[in-house]
Design a binder for this molecule. Structure first.
Ligand SMILES: CC(C)(COP(=O)(O)OP(=O)(O)OC[C@H]1O[C@@H](n2cnc3c(N)ncnc32)[C@H](O)[C@@H]1OP(=O)(O)O)[C@@H](O)C(=O)NCCC(=O)NCCS
Length: 331
């Protein structure tokens, strides 16, 4: 058992992107759009779509396998599995249970987190608290999505924005104080759920011929409203966490924001007054991968040398709900 005073640290990360690359020009074959429009409004150049039969759990397991290898731990040490997703293989059982089985992990606590694009950041914060409780030793946190399965390829305002993939981290304890997960916050406002949702498929509108005909089983979004809210809550979550952890924005080596839209990220950097070089951006390659986005970005940032020992890194996300969250990591 951990001492409740141990630091909680990220021991390893991993990510997985499906092989199939779909460019903006490819999207223009499906809906009336153009590479120029998509790049100018979002910064996205291409995204990855999962293969037929490649489910969220398969991508989650692939990313998790890499994170476990990177952490250099024995997989039998994992006693907590959290999978953040809004595109689970099925409503139940949880994708976390499927990952447990696919990787042959111990029969430990395993559950899904549904906080849309904020899910991975929520997951890191939840895992940190559960490890701090002393009741768990090693946590696997995964963000994974197969959004291509819920996109409406007749709606050009949404289908060009999203992609598939998975990002994972293994968290454990360290006797070194003042490192690792040094603070986290989260929030939610459920007063306008319809601005970003999948209306049908749950108890409100069970799947049926009417809901299929009305295309209610696909993702629906009020892009302008989400944009406004995203700018507000990403900025607020970041400044709140900086205050809570007594960190100055100038001392951040890197910000890893949710990869939804370059213009949203630009407004965040302006609000925090930090140079754009201190922000990790890979949305041009993958689009918005929802709960997977921050996990993939964190893994790429680590393995491309953008994070060094002693660096302070702020991870921040927003998503449907509305949800938002941030976490501060000292490496
Ligand atoms: C979706 C988004 C890119 C749209 O950009 P926008 O500047 O708000 O664009 P608008 O919705 O005002 O649309 C402008 C025009 O482009 C058109 N348009 C929409 N999608 C298009 C596409 N893919 N290609 C070409 N034209 C498109 C619209 O029909 C509209 O045409 P009109 O003026 O003739 O009516 C932007 O609102 C956004 O990024 N919102 C946040 C989305 C997000 O982050 N979601 C994930 C949350 S986790």
């Amino acid at each position: 058992m951990n001492s409740p005073l141990s630091s909680i640290v990220i021991l390893g990360t991993g990510s997985y992107l499906p092989e199939r690359i779909v460019t903006n020009d490819d999207m223009a074959q499906i809906v009336e759009t153009s590479d120029e429009w998509i790049q100018a409004r979002t910064g996205i150049r291409q995204r990855r779509f999962a293969a037929e039969g490649e489910n969220t759990s398969h991508m989650a397991s692939a990313a998790a396998r890499r994170a476990i290898e990177d952490a250099g731990i024995d997989p039998t040490e994992i006693d907590l599995i959290l999978v953040a997703t809004m595109t689970p293989d099925m409503p139940f059982p949880s994708t976390a249970c499927l990952v447990q089985s696919q990787l042959g992990l111990p029969q430990c606590t395993a559950f899904d987190i549904q906080a849309a694009c904020t899910g991975y950041v929520y997951g890191l914060n939840i895992a940190t608290s559960m490890l701090q409780s002393g009741n768990y030793n090693k946590a696997l946190v995964v963000g994974a999505e197969k959004l291509s399965g819920i996109l409406d390829f007749e709606d050009r305002s949404t289908c060009v924005l999203f992609g598939d993939g998975a990002g994972a981290a293994v968290l454990g304890c360290s006797d070194v104080s003042g490192v690792g997960m040094i603070g986290g916050i989260g929030g939610a406002d459920g007063s306008n759920p319809e601005i970003l949702c999948q209306p049908a498929g749950g108890s409100a509108i069970p799947p049926g011929t009417d809901s299929l005909a009305a295309r209610q089983h696909f993702l629906k979004m009020n892009g302008k409203e989400i944009f406004k809210q995203a700018v507000r809550v990403m900025g607020q979550a970041s400044t709140d966490l900086l205050e809570k952890t007594a960190v100055d924005a100038d001392d951040l080596a890197l910000i890893i924001p949710h990869q939804a839209n370059l213009r949203i990220i630009d407004s965040l950097t302006k609000r925090l007054g930090i140079p754009v070089d201190n922000v990790f951006i890979n949305l041009q390659d993958y689009g918005n991968t929802s709960a997977a986005s921050v996990g993939i970005a964190l893994d790429e940032a680590r393995h491309s040398g953008r994070i060094k020992t002693g660096d302070l890194t702020l991870l921040v996300a927003f998503g449907a709900g509305l949800t938002w969250g941030a976490t501060m990591v000292k490496w």
